[in-house]
Design a protein around this ligand. Structure first.
Ligand code: 13P
Length: 255
């Protein structure tokens, strides 16, 4: 059985004091949750402080991005070696990175390899944009993104990864996918592609989250779907109470 995984992607929000306040409030609110894995992904500069507040808690810390090289003349970049002491997880290939920072399936693949080589657990984002969906290309696009991200990644490494299916038109729009639709893409496209790349056992092991306008009012519907293993939450993870409520509902649905 796959343990559900709820992660908060804070994006470019929160100063260091604001980040500390959020996780200080969040920690006791979810301290009793054992059947859902929890993570927060703050901006780089808040990672050390957040790491310290969450030491010994049931909340993991992740980064939102990283470069693939270990060190060198790459102004402005952060390497997996630098992150290793602060985080266990790293989001790779978020659609905003693909859209604004030129990330491609190839750079995503390099980052996935680098993360795994350093023992970081990647949360790999895939998802179609609105025009692709309207043109009936969702399956083709998502399949290509999964194939690209896992190129030359061996099965034993692939097992520890997480995928976030985030239809781009659902991100920050308040217009979430339907739970049935998310379940269909995750089962029939993402897991089918993983089974093709590896085998059914690996495909059944990799956790796949849904992301895009997840909130307390709709999380139960997603968690009730057999293929949906949790959520990558943006806006609704910026308030401790709201994020805790999402986690609590997810925990109840899966009991
Ligand atoms: P929202 O939850 O704000 O729609 O963002 C989703 C997302 O992009 C998480 O990575």
């Amino acid at each position: 059985m796959r343990k559900p995984f709820i992660a908060g992607n804070w994006k470019m929000h929160k100063t260091i004091p604001e980040a500390v306040e959020l996780v200080t409030e969040l920690r006791p609110l979810v301290a009793d949750i054992t059947n859902v894995q929890i993570a927060v992904c703050p901006p780089y500069v808040a990672l050390p402080a957040v790491h310290d507040v969450l030491l010994g808690s049931n909340i993991a810390v992740g980064a939102q991005n990283m470069f693939w090289e270990e060190e060198g003349a790459y102004t402005g970049e952060i390497s997996p070696r630098m992150l290793k002491d602060l985080v266990t997880h790293v989001i790779i290939g978020h659609s905003e990175r693909r859209k604004y920072f030129g990330e491609t399936d190839e750079t995503v693949n390099r980052k996935v390899h680098a993360a795994l080589a350093h023992g970081l657990l990647p949360i790999i984002c895939v998802g179609e944009v609105l025009e692709e969906r309207e043109a009936g290309k969702t399956e083709e696009v998502v399949r290509r993104q999964v194939m690209g991200a896992y190129k030359d990644v061996p099965a034993d490494k692939a097992r520890v990864t997480t995928i976030a299916y985030e239809p781009v038109w659902a991100i920050g729009t308040g217009k979430a996918a339907t739970p049935e639709d998310a379940n269909h893409v995750i089962g029939h496209v993402i897991r089918a592609t993983l089974a093709e790349l590896y085998d059914e056992e690996v495909a059944q092991r990799i956790r796949v989250q849904y992301g895009g306008s997840v909130k307390p009012a709709n999380i139960a519907g997603f968690m009730a779907q057999p293929e949906v293993d949790g959520a990558l939450v943006g806006g609704a993870s910026l308030k401790a109470e709201t994020f805790a409520e999402i986690i609590r509902i997810a925990s109840h649905v899966r009991k």
